[in-house]
Design a protein around this ligand. Sequence first.
Ligand SMILES: Cc1cc2nc3c(=O)[nH]c(=O)nc-3n(C[C@H](O)[C@H](O)[C@H](O)COP(=O)(O)O)c2cc1C
Length: 159
Amino acid sequence: MTDTNVFQWLPCSVVFLSTAHGEQRDIMTATAMFVSEKNPLVVVSVAKDHLSEKLIKESGKFTIVIAGQGQKDLAMQLGSTEGDAANKFEKFSITSVAEPACVSCCIPEGSAAWLACEVEGGHDIEGYRIFIGRVVEQNDLGNPPLIWQKNKFYGLTPA
Ligand SMILES: Cc1cc2nc3c(=O)[nH]c(=O)nc-3n(C[C@H](O)[C@H](O)[C@H](O)COP(=O)(O)O)c2cc1C
């Protein structure tokens, strides 16, 4: 075993978590992974006591928006601003794609795809809430995805 910290080598899809409950809504940068494919389950890890976590708990749902390759700046903005402190939709002038199957979601223009999820289960662990979501609606928007590895953003190229 080497001393190298390979923890951050895991390449992850960069996603935006779009949440809403009552009059409140939020959007944050995160990563996501599927749990199973035949059963359409995905998992996200959300820091506790953030607005996103509160809205997911209250509404029982969230939308995973897979970030597009051109959304690096937006990913940093939505990943470094707290929804409790600022209205991110106004601050970053986010324009949402209109998707009839996901009317309450915010899908920033240029995103790759989205998956609307209902919370199927969860677990608290060391400052984070793990949410398992069942995908109930989805759409491919035709843009290539943005990847996060070793604290940097990448695009996809064929191997
Ligand atoms: C590339 C990237 C990935 C991130 N992934 C996560 C994540 O998986 N879970 C998390 O809680 N925060 C993650 N963050 C940080 C949150 O986006 C950040 O704390 C955000 O301000 C939370 O928004 P909120 O306070 O409106 O809920 C990530 C940030 C970046 C830039």
